[in-house]
Design a protein around this ligand. Sequence first.
Ligand code: MGD
Ligand code: MGD
Ligand code: SF4
Ligand code: MO
Length: 749
Amino acid sequence: MDEWRPSACILCECNCGVEILVGPSGSFDKIRGDKLHPASHGYTCNKALRLDRYQNGRTERLTRPLRKAPDGTFEEVSWQTAIAEIAGRLKELPGESIFYYGGGGQGNHLGGAYATATMKAYGAKYRSSALAQEKTGEFWVSARMLGAPTRSDFEHCEVAVFVGKNPYQSHGFPRARAVLKEIGKDPARSMIVIDPVRTETAELADFHLRIRPGTDVYLLTAMAAVLVQEKLIDEDWLAEHADGLEKVRATLAAVAVGRYCAIAGVEEDLVRAASRRIASASSVAVTEDLGVQMNRDSTVVSYVQRLLWLLTGNLAVPGTQYVFSNLAPIARDRGHKVGEGPVSPVAGAKIISGLVPCNVIAEEILTDHPARYRAMLVESSNPAHSLADSAAMRSALQALDLLVVIDVAMTETARLADYVLPAPTQFEKWEATFFTFDFPRNIFHLRKPVVRAPEGPLPEPEIHARLVEASGALPPGVVAPLREAAVRGRAEFAEAFLNLLGAEPRLARLAPVLLYRTLGPTLPDGAAAAAVLWGAAHTFVQENPAGVKRAGYGEGLEAGERLFDAIVSSPHGVVTTDDEHEETWRRLKGRRIQLDLPEFLAEVAGLGDRPERAGDAEWPFVLSAGERRAFTANTIIRDPDWRRRDAEGALRIAPSDAARLGLATGDRAVLSTRRGSVEVVVEPTDRMRPGHISLPNGFGLDHPDPESGRVVTGIAPNELTSSEARDPYAGTPWHKHVPARLTPLTAGT
Ligand SMILES: Nc1nc2c(c(=O)[nH]1)N[C@H]1C(S)=C(S)[C@@H](COP(=O)(O)OP(=O)(O)OC[C@H]3O[C@@H](n4cnc5c(=O)[nH]c(N)nc54)[C@H](O)[C@@H]3O)O[C@H]1N2
Ligand SMILES: Nc1nc2c(c(=O)[nH]1)N[C@H]1C(S)=C(S)[C@@H](COP(=O)(O)OP(=O)(O)OC[C@H]3O[C@@H](n4cnc5c(=O)[nH]c(N)nc54)[C@H](O)[C@@H]3O)O[C@H]1N2
Ligand code: SF4
Ligand SMILES: [Mo]
């Protein structure tokens, strides 16, 4: 048993490679970074070492399918009963009323790749995931300006810019802490951080623009205006690659830089110096995250943020922005204009990248509109906890005719379900994420199980296969011949599979399940769940021939087979493409960059005319509800023991505000918003700007306790948020900007 088993950390999108020493009882005795992992090279942060609390922690682990009885309790049922009953009820509903939510957290997207087949089988049309409460505005802007999403090369940049992002805690790119420290130490490189909080990242920065919360659109516009007004833009590069410069230039030329800096609460000299530093650098990498994406003006901010690096020509060379290869795209937007493209059936909210905005989901259910969602399939997600306005979400989930939840643990969402379907954990089955955005060498990591799954749960691909079979959508007689072809060999299989899809194109969307049932059983070590990657590998080779060839897989069909085999047989992960920087231009397909998105440029032009936002005596604080800290990981680990500090998830507050309220470290206070009131523990810290308070994410979960039954630790942030507080374009929430009030509890209460 004394062997290190390769896998990955599942607590954030980096998915660092780890090796786990598993004890005889299945405990994770030791965990270390995997030096053979092609992206993380042995790196991990403090959190990976606590993964045993995910696998073996105090959680109500699901082991059998559960059905809600009329008295509200759960009863165990067989898989056969659960699948047959769910299928029967789904078939009675119009397909458009069946809503799919989730499909993977930070570590598991393989199961969700099969969900498209289930949706198709029952005619479901609408779906969403957590991406539609953070990244959709950015996807949309990127699709319209560039035609594809980009990522940034912090490892090689001369200047790094972080807008509302604290990578020291939240990561988001490989070896984040090491890279931040390298930039911080190197006198030739600079870091610019835009954040109201003096974060661990801000402490390493050369320029900390300590912005007044919620005013990023002013600050970024001022920065872009400095570039134009001081003639610091890259005219030649723009002439060669971009359209719309004159309109953008005219708008930014008129900006009153000093006034916007004052609104943002940052000294004009510092803003000008930061803009000049961007302009003078040979390479600039810029990223934005939740501090602005879950804040006022988020979609306009995504636009202006891109102007900063596009006006200075920071694309497609090392240390700047790039377009990555993508084995399994998580979302891709078509870039419809405002007022065009698909919308949600009840609220009419814009669907971006195929995802309904999370903030309208409750509204789409809690109505007697004939097109309301009536059934929901939730997979690997906890929307009753993670979406805005938990009280409304609970009501909505309860109002459904049918709620089915696929999870490993009894969650706040699962508790509301009609059927709960148990899955093995991510260390008990084959898994992978689709968050692979590296460049020039991109990677993929298919993880082998490291411990045996208990009897009872079924991996998600198997659940989807059974649901599809029970729907009757798979015509009889298609599986057996394909399976026989797969046994004869991959070439025969490929031919038979393509012939079938050629003859019956409507089977294409059931393809994941077809592959799982036919190619799946022929894969080594029970890797059937990887079958969906076979099709993905072939598509990937067609889309990225040069990078795939440079990575050593050859060309054409053979390359697809080699890549797929490498993925299945490489427990530490593989390099999938080895790109040249020019590849970014090829992926943009010769399309010119569009600097002028009229709706957003009009917003920028109108900033000067906006009325000043007056202070609100009733709600004097701005609450950021859901900050990433040293021991938060969404809701993936439910056992609070995994935390080494900040056990209750304290409310952070500026010392001057705390003093005024008579609050000291560890004191309790009532925190109220328009939506709710909770009791918090306070932590005064000079990291916070006066007027700004913050609560961590990932708290407010319960776990079983032998004495009291169930214990909840800390505050669930969405008990305090509203679904109407959202971006007018993308529908993304304003969780970082919740008006709030704090009332001290007197001693002894
Ligand atoms: N440790 C840990 N890491 C994680 C996760 C986790 O739960 N825990 N979750 C992962 C996930 S799903 C995501 S999406 C990412 C998110 O990663 P981040 O976006 O980096 O995380 P946050 O801490 O939510 O927000 C980032 C910063 O926004 C700042 N901010 C607040 N208000 C404003 C404002 O008005 N303007 C600006 N400019 N900044 C503001 C906050 O002070 C904070 O430092 O993290 C991932 N990584
Ligand atoms: N107020 C506020 N709300 C927020 C945020 C915030 O900053 N503030 N952050 C938001 C962000 S950025 C995100 S990404 C979301 C995240 O919130 P969610 O999308 O709800 O995702 P997770 O918390 O990652 O939940 C993952 C679920 O998957 C389950 N799980 C783990 N492993 C497996 C498995 O192998 N199979 C299955 N089927 N299930 C599994 C876990 O038990 C858990 O229930 O939260 C969002 N909510
Ligand atoms: S939490 Fe993220 S950065 Fe830390 S070890 Fe896990 S995957 Fe890597
Ligand atoms: Mo997220």
